[in-house]
Design a binder for this molecule. Structure first.
Ligand code: CA
Length: 249
């Protein structure tokens, strides 16, 4: 029996699906292939996969709609989207979909497997009893719960890990490359807007005041709202020019 769990591959192009199945099987995953959206939704209910590789361009029901329906059903199975079009990326990583990552076609099956493993690593998380809080935002690493001013908010596994990582060292500026390496588990620098898009989603979910500071040209940091630490930047602007050289990076 495959040791890493069952992956649902949702792909209408049989040759691509078979190629992914071959690579995933070789890596120890079980694979179930669904060729369209309705079949995918049924397969998720029937087989409870550990993750879904979801093509956006599907007949009858788009991949984004499949994901939307799963999330509406409170199903947070990690989703790695495959898209053939750059202009779909924002939609794919959109706030309401709760996708964990995307990969653009044409892709190498090896890269898909690497991304999938990273998604699974993140979704499994680290079990400790540690709780952290910055300002109104509190997270519990053991339960993967996040509250803002006492109200629980729903974060995807990736958003949670990104927030936890930033909150682990308040004030420290992390580069996108560091975040990709530490949170996403990528060993090489990849060209992706994943970090920026997930930061934007976190900001949107956490609301005001904005705890995440953008250090232009460097990266991101978690900090107490400006009003709590100084009188400057009281407008809560998302972009703060760092006049230093990012010494903590
Ligand atoms: Ca397709």
């Amino acid at each position: 029996m495959p040791g890493h769990g069952l992956v649902l591959v949702v792909e209408d192009e049989r040759s691509i699906a078979d190629l992914l199945k071959m690579y995933l099987t070789r890596e120890g995953f079980g694979v179930h292939i669904a060729a369209d959206g309705p079949e995918a939704l049924a397969a998720v209910r029937a087989h409870r996969p550990v993750a879904i590789i979801l093509d956006v361009g599907l007949p009858t029901l788009a991949g984004t709609e499949v994901c939307r329906r799963l999330r509406a059903d409170d199903d947070w199975t990690p989703v790695l989207f495959c898209t053939a079009r750059d202009d779909e990326i924002d939609k794919v990583l959109g706030l309401e979909l709760g996708a964990d990552d995307y990969i653009t076609k044409p892709f190498s099956p090896r890269e898909v497997v690497a991304r999938l493993k990273a998604v699974l690593r993140r979704s499994r998380g680290v079990v400790t009893s540690e709780e952290m809080a910055v300002g109104d935002v509190a997270i519990d690493l053991a339960t993967h719960r996040c509250t803002v001013a006492g109200t629980e908010i729903a974060l995807t596994a990736t958003e949670f890990d990104l927030l936890a990582y930033l909150m682990s060292k308040p004030g420290r500026v992390f580069t996108r490359e560091q975040l990709l390496s530490e949170v996403w588990g990528y060993s090489s620098v990849v060209t992706t807007r994943t970090v920026d898009v997930h930061i934007a989603q976190l900001r949107s979910k956490l609301g005001e005041p904005d705890l995440i500071r953008t250090v232009r040209g460097v990266g991101y940091a978690i900090e107490l709202p400006a009003a709590d630490v100084s009188a400057t930047a009281a407008d809560g602007a998302a972009e703060v020019e760092d006049t230093g050289t990012g010494t903590e990076v």
